[in-house]
Design a protein around this ligand. Structure first.
Ligand code: HGY
Ligand code: MN
Ligand code: MN
Length: 413
């Protein structure tokens, strides 16, 4: 165990807060959607820190940012990281903690004169949140070969922009081929974003697996009509049909391990005295079990069909993202548990409810995640918070695991 080497607490915490202020609007809400101006500002800040740390900065064609500590070695690099794009009105820890703790680990190693047996890389993947451009985890999905780069760059966003054009506009359309560097291992530190660790009084999570994700966009077509003159029995109300789907989904998951979320909904023409002739909304289904997730998708499709009959509406469903559950590398998960316990930190194995870049990197190399507790389990919300001691402890465990991977000759082939 590395008794002497510890990440610089003050620098990690101040960078988290500094990056957390990049992209705040006049009301103080933090939003750094992928490839937006505020994402550019965040990326520029990160690149400056990477350069200050003496790392070589590379950008790949999907805009993923890498800081490389290059070491001559036949062993593939160790990569750590996450993302710095955010949802709308976000907290400051989701993603950024994983990137900045990885940077703090590299800086601590270099300051301690560590001679790594391989290159060490910090990664910040493009568009992990998928709010502006679907699917989520897009940059790491492309990096891991799960989505063609050209197809990803051609993605049209909610605002009608094209991702590739936006990456060019913000100066992050790089030339490195995604996937060019296949790591010997990838580790992502992240805030839990859920209630488990805090509820159990645990300080660290060794993430053993991650649940499956299904995103769809549903469009319901009805008939616009006068809100006052149209008798109920003569209505073809797209808004009512959409509302029925929302309550159906809640009933569907009530007695299951899965969850369902309708996070966006738009009515057209969106006027107080017009029966909506169109409703557009998204459905986010998650389940740790693939068969249950498929069953939920099938039940939803059947319900939509029945709704077309009962309500006389026409319904279209478009798939936006679909990722099966992922199991992380058992050995690295074990190393995380060991490192936590060696530091006297209570730790438990757990499933990630959220999607992460690690689930994509697991397609490329042995991968695992470290969770630190989220206060009240809140995330994707400005109230998102993790106490300083946990943030530092998680970075310490990341450092210890990174050193352990190298000391153990992991990936030597
Ligand atoms: O959707 C997710 O779980 C992640 O925050 N992108
Ligand atoms: Mn995240
Ligand atoms: Mn997130």
């Amino acid at each position: 165990m590395s008794q002497t080497i510890t990440p610089d607490r003050a620098i990690l915490l101040s960078r988290l807060r500094e990056l957390g202020d990049v992209g705040r609007d006049t009301e103080g809400a933090l939003t750094r959607l992928a490839a937006s101006d505020s994402d550019k500002q965040g990326r520029d800040r990160l690149v400056a820190w990477l350069r200050q740390a003496g790392l070589e900065v590379r950008i790949d064609r999907i805009g993923n940012v890498f800081g490389l500590w290059q070491v001559a070695s036949t062993i593939p690099p160790l990569m750590m990281g996450s993302h710095i794009d955010t949802v709308i009105n976000a907290g400051i820890y989701d993603g950024c903690y994983g990137v900045l703790s990885a940077l703090s680990v590299i800086e601590a190693m270099r300051a301690a004169g560590v001679t790594p047996d391989r290159s060490v890389i910090v990664a910040a993947f493009t568009n992990e949140e998928g709010v502006r451009y679907a699917p989520d985890m897009m940059g790491s999905l492309v990096y891991a070969g799960g989505l063609d780069t050209g197809e990803a760059l051609a993605t049209v966003g909610l605002d009608g922009t094209v991702l590739g054009d936006e990456l060019k506009r913000i100066g992050y359309a790089g030339d490195m081929e995604p996937g060019a560097i296949v790591p010997s291992a990838f580790i992502e530190a992240h805030v839990e974003q859920g209630p488990v660790l805090e509820a159990e009084g645990r300080l660290m999570g060794a993430v053993a697996d991650l649940q499956g994700i299904s995103w769809q966009k549903i469009t319901v077509h009805g008939v616009a009509n006068h809100a006052g003159t149209t008798p109920t029995r003569l209505r073809t109300d797209a808004g009512l049909a959409a509302a029925k789907v929302v309550t159906f989904l809640r009933r569907l998951v009530d007695n299951s391990d899965g969850v369902a979320t309708v996070g966006t909904m738009k009515f057209y023409p969106n006027a107080i005295n017009v029966i909506p002739d169109k409703a557009e909304f998204t459905v986010d289904l998650r389940d740790p079990d693939e068969a249950s997730l498929q069953a939920a998708e099938t039940a939803l499709a059947a319900y939509l069909q029945a709704l077309e009959q009962s309500d006389g509406v026409r319904i279209e469903a478009e798939r936006l993202a679909r990722f099966e559950p992922v199991v992380f590398d058992d050995k690295i998960v074990g190393m995380i548990e060991q490192a936590a316990r060696a530091r006297g930190l209570s730790c438990r194995r757990m499933t990630s409810g959220a999607g992460h870049d690690a689930q994509m990197m697991a397609r490329l190399c042995p991968t695992a995640m470290i969770f630190v507790p989220s206060r009240d389990g809140i995330s994707h919300n400005p109230l998102e918070h993790t106490d300083d001691a946990s943030l530092i402890a998680g970075a310490q465990v990341l450092l210890d695991v990174a050193l352990g991977i190298m000391a153990g000759g992991w990936g030597k082939g």
